[in-house]
Design a binder for this molecule. Structure first.
Ligand SMILES: Cc1ncc(COP(=O)(O)O)c(C=O)c1O
Length: 555
């Protein structure tokens, strides 16, 4: 594990003096400015660049191990005290060689080593090294896919990759894809910055599809919410999602003017899937009450953030059909499971959704940041089309016409080529490793007397907690008040163990709070593991449990 010392960060007085002398020579003149557009300024810069870039490009794993820390030896407060400058220097402060050395020696050690196989707490992990190569090339080309005039073939590539992932989800006919793959009039989806904006795009489409133009009304996008509600005799729009729904839906409901308190969170069943009967009952209670409440969307999750669980899409689609409601699936996490022949059935029914979110920077193992949203109907994105006279002309392939973003990078170049390098089989191996290692991990947790498995893995996420066998037995017999007292104690223990393990800097498992009863006080602090790195083996996971046991015993 990479360790570093605080002294690394503090410049010696001598270094500071040398830097100040150098700084005096640094002047932003036209000649040096021109050079920055053409080539590195001098041999020193070139050799520093080569020294580090060679390590990054050809030995990424070793480079990250050597330079990027996962410990928090310096507190956040101490770190923030080092970054309080709010003025920009008039003349250059540093040469490129110094900047690169600084980044690698002073910043990287304080970044988080998400590539460590012991980092199993979040949906961010090691990525294949070629992703960095592809990202570098995409940055070098600096294409702007908002319009054809700044991207040309890259926009065409984007349409192709959108069709490939659309086909993975919806599996329409060959004729369908021939018709739409390069059709300037239709769109199978779009790239976004991440899952949050992908979900927001889906709900934007859903909202506009619910309040389209009609006699005397120009549609909600033009006239706004008030006029739309008036035109459609509506007082409220609601959305349904399980209590495990990602908070991005709240942001979207806020942005779209729907009001995030109109997201109705439905309880889960014993498998942490949306409780279908509860959903039906809630719809009955809410919808017909006034006849003026309209369902904007029902949302299913393929890989809930906290538990990795998957909702029953077939049943959700039925309910959507009965209520004439838009059906969205948030597969930001679980979407790429579709590439595994062995496990794609876990997402059965996803093809019934009107739209599906998938993140590129999650299980497509792309570098930050890339999200996508796909639509069953190739024309439904017309509901959010925008034109401008200098770009995005009607009928053009300008991708900015149907996109929440304006200017944006060519993430599709990375995804398209990653798919070529990996094939669905390459990704399937990753997905299968994640699912199967998580199952093994669940067995190991159940075998150990100090631990309790809280949510069984469906994909590659599980939650558990420290809860000795004797306490597990007592909890079964305890009344509500005793249960609460014992849980409070367990919550404190799990919080402390998680924190201590993170601070020790060898491993990282995250922590979340799940509700186990109707009373808001019935909260359970659980440890959450997300197994996505192929470098994370069951032996590593056993090490992590050993360390937690050790920390628990020391408490
Ligand atoms: C299920 C789910 N949906 C949406 C998101 C939001 O994605 P992003 O962080 O890429 O905006 C996440 C992020 O973790 C997620 O787990």
């Amino acid at each position: 594990m990479n360790k570093y010392t605080f002294s690394l960060y503090i410049q010696s007085e001598m270094e500071k003096e040398t830097e100040q002398i150098q700084r005096k020579d640094l002047i932003a003149d036209w000649q040096s400015l021109m050079r920055t557009f053409i080539r590195p300024e001098d041999d020193a810069s070139r050799s520093t660049l080569i020294k580090y870039m060679e390590q990054i490009l050809f030995g990424l794993n070793d480079f990250l191990k050597k330079h990027v820390g996962i410990t928090e030896e310096i507190s956040l407060k101490e770190l923030s005290e080092k970054f309080t400058e709010s003025r920009i220097n008039k003349n250059p402060e540093k040469k490129l060689a110094q900047v690169i050395t600084d980044l690698i020696e002073n910043i990287a050690p304080h970044a988080v080593n998400v590539a460590s196989p012991y980092f199993v707490g979040h949906m961010t992990s090691a990525i294949p090294f070629f992703m960095v190569h592809l990202k570098t090339i995409a940055a070098a080309l600096n294409q702007n896919v908002v319009k054809l005039e700044t991207s040309k073939v890259v926009s065409i590539v984007e349409k192709q990759v959108l069709a490939k992932i659309h086909r993975l989800i919806y599996g329409k006919s060959e004729e369908f894809y021939q018709e739409h793959v390069q059709n300037a009039q239709t769109a199978l989806g779009c790239f976004t910055e991440g899952g949050t904006l992908a979900n927001a795009t889906a709900l934007w489409v859903a909202r506009n599809a619910l309040f389209p133009p009609k006699n005397g009304f120009n549609g909600i996008e033009k006239e706004g919410l008030n006029a739309a509600y008036r035109a459609y005799d509506t007082t409220r729009c609601v959305l349904f999602v399980s209590k495990l729904g990602h908070y991005s839906f709240k942001k979207a409901a806020g942005l779209l003017g729907i009001g995030n308190q109109n997201i109705i969170e439905i309880d889960m069943d014993e498998n942490n899937r949306i409780h279908i009967e509860c959903l039906r009952k809630t719809i009955k209670e809410i919808a017909p009450k006034s006849g003026k409440t309209r369902i904007m969307a029902i949302i299913g999750i393929a890989g809930a953030t906290e538990t990795g669980t998957v909702d029953p899409f077939g049943k959700l689609a039925e309910i959507c059909a009965e209520n004439n409601a838009y059906f969205h699936v948030d597969a930001a996490w679980g979407g790429p499971t579709l590439m595994s022949e062995k496990y794609r059935h876990l997402l059965g029914g996803i093809e019934l959704a009107d739209s599906v979110t998938i993140d590129g920077h999650k299980q497509f193992y792309m570098p930050m940041s890339c999200g996508m949203v796909y639509f069953k109907s190739p024309t439904i994105m017309d509901n959010i089309a925008y034109h401008a006279s200098y770009i995005n002309r009607p009928g053009s392939v300008d991708l900015g016409i149907k996109s929440i973003a304006g200017s944006r990078e060519a993430s599709s170049l990375i995804l398209d080529n990653a798919l070529k390098i990996m094939g669905t089989q390459g990704y399937a191996l990753l997905i299968e490793h994640g699912i199967e290692t998580t199952r093994e991990f669940a067995q190991e947790i159940s075998r150990r007397p100090d631990f309790q498995l809280v949510t069984r893995p469906e994909l590659n996420i599980l939650t558990y907690r420290i809860c000795p066998e004797s306490m597990q037995k007592k909890l079964l017999q305890a009344d509500a008040a005793e249960k609460r007292t014992m849980n409070d104690r367990l919550n404190r223990i799990n919080t402390r163990v998680q924190r201590k393990q993170r601070e020790a800097g060898k491993s990282f498992v995250s922590r979340t709070t799940l509700r186990f009863g109707k009373d808001p006080r019935d909260n359970m602090v659980v440890l959450r593991a997300v197994i996505m790195s192929p470098l994370t083996s069951i032996e590593i996971l056993k090490d992590i449990l050993d360390e937690q046991e050790e920390l628990f015993k020391r408490l």
